[in-house]
Design a protein around this ligand. Structure first.
Ligand code: SAM
Length: 328
C-alpha cells in the first residue's frame, strides 16, 4: 500500500528530480564557472542498481513523477538503459528529461523507446555567437539538430527553457516566441536565481518576468493558458497559435507553498530545496546494507526537514553549490 510522502506543512512530495551526473558539456556563465572541472569522481555517483532502488522506494511512497537532469544527463553513459529501468518501476507514470540537447540527435529515439515521454531543452539564445558566449563555447547548431531529432522521435510536448537576462538575451524574447510558434514547442521563461557564485554574479542581469510579460502583451494577444504537469510555471496562450508560454518566477513571485518536489544529487544526497542546504545522504544507507524499510524511513525523515521556502531574496549568499550539483 502506498503511504503518500507529505512534509510537515502538508505538501505532497510526488516529484523527484534526479541528477544523474554533475558534469556538463557546457559552461553557461550563470551556472558553472569558465573552465570548471572540479566534478565528483564517477565512483561517488550512485550506480544504476542503486538509483533504481532509491526511485523504487520513492515510488512506494507515492512519488510518481521523475525528471532526469544534471549537469547534463546525456553525459552519463548508457542513460537510455537507466531510463528504461526507471520507466518500468511500478508507480512511476511520468519520466521526463531536462537537457541542453547538444547530444540529443544521437540519443533521441533510444530515449523515447526507453519510456522518456517529455523533454525540456535549455536554450537561451538563437544567435550562434551569443549562444557560444553564454554557454562558454557551445554550438547552437547541435542544439537545433537535437531539437529536430527529438521532435522526429515523437517527444511531446517539447518545452524550451530560456533564462531571461537583462542586457544578455532579453532582446530575444519575441524571436523565441516566433521560433516556438514555428516549431510547435512550448516556451518557458525563467528568472535568474542566486545559486552558487555564478548565479549570484549573474543576478546583475536579473529581469522580473512581469516586465517581459507586459512587453510581449504589446506584440501578441495573450490569453489565460493552462498546461498539465503540476510545475511552477504560470501559463498564457498566444492567440491564433498553439503556443503556450510559461513564466517561472522564483524571485518575483515564489511558489514554495505548492512545492511538490525534492532533488537527488548524483552522489545520493537528497536536497529538500533548491535554495536551502537541508540535505540527507542516502548513499551510506545504500552501500551499508540498509533494508528497504530502513531506506523508506530515511526518506521520510529527510522529507521532514523540507524548509518552508527558499530565501533567495533575503539571503542570496546562502546556496554555495552550483545548480549543476543539485540538479536544476
Ligand atoms: N543540462 C540540463 C539542461 O540544460 O537543462 C539540465 C541541468 S541545468 C542546471 C537545468 C536548468 O537550470 C537550465 O535550464 C539552466 O538554464 C537552469 N539554471 C542554471 N543555473 C541557473 C540560475 N542561476 N538561475 C536560473 N536558472 C538556472
Amino acid at each position: 500500500m502506498t503511504t503518500q510522502l507529505t512534509d510537515r506543512l502538508g505538501r505532497k512530495i510526488e516529484y523527484l528530480r534526479l541528477s544523474v551526473t554533475d558534469r556538463c558539456d557546457l559552461r553557461c556563465f550563470y551556472c558553472l564557472p569558465k573552465g570548471f572541472r572540479d566534478f565528483e569522481p564517477p565512483d561517488e555517483w550512485l550506480d544504476f542498481d542503486e538509483l533504481e532502488r532509491v526511485i523504487a522506494a520513492f515510488a512506494r511512497l507515492g512519488t510518481h513523477r521523475v525528471r532526469l537532469t544534471g549537469g547534463e544527463p546525456l553525459v552519463r553513459r548508457n542513460l537510455p538503459e537507466l531510463a528504461a529501468r526507471l520507466a518500468r518501476l511500478p508507480g512511476i507514470d511520468d519520466l521526463s528529461l531536462s537537457t541542453n540537447a547538444t547530444r540529443m540527435a544521437r540519443h533521441a529515439s533510444e530515449l523515447r523507446a526507453a519510456g522518456v515521454s517529455r523533454i525540456n531543452v535549455s536554450l537561451d539564445s538563437l544567435q550562434a555567437e551569443r549562444f557560444r558566449e553564454i554557454t562558454g563555447g557551445g554550438k547552437l547548431e547541435k542544439v537545433i539538430n537535437g531539437l529536430r531529432a527529438a521532435r522526429d522521435a515523437g517527444f511531446a510536448p517539447i518545452k524550451i527553457n530560456m533564462v531571461v537576462m537583462k542586457g544578455v538575451n532579453d532582446d530575444e524574447v519575441e524571436a523565441m516566441v516566433e521560433f516556438c510558434i514555428e516549431h510547435g514547442f512550448t516556451l518557458r521563461f525563467i528568472e535568474t536565481m542566486p545559486v552558487g557564485d555564478t548565479g549570484r554574479r549573474a543576478s546583475d542581469h536579473f529581469l522580473d518576468l512581469q516586465e517581459v510579460k507586459a512587453r510581449l502583451a504589446r506584440r501578441f494577444e495573450l490569453l489565460p493558458g493552462m498546461m498539465p504537469g503540476g510545475g511552477p510555471a504560470r501559463y498564457v496562450q498566444v492567440a491564433g497559435s498553439d503556443l503556450r508560454i510559461g513564466f517561472i518566477t522564483p524571485m518575483s513571485q515564489h511558489f514554495c507553498d505548492t512545492c511538490n518536489r525534492v532533488r537527488l544529487a548524483a552522489d545520493g544526497t537528497l536536497y529538500m530545496c533548491l535554495g536551502q542546504s537541508h540535505s540527507f545522504a542516502l548513499r551510506p544507507l545504500l552501500r551499508g546494507g540498509a533494508s528497504d524499510a530502513e531506506l523508506e524511513a530515511a526518506i521520510r525523515q529527510a522529507i521532514d526537514m523540507k524548509p518552508e521556502r527558499h530565501e533567495f531574496i533575503d539571503k542570496p549568499g546562502q546556496v554555495i553549490r552550483f545548480m549543476s550539483m543539485t540538479g536544476g
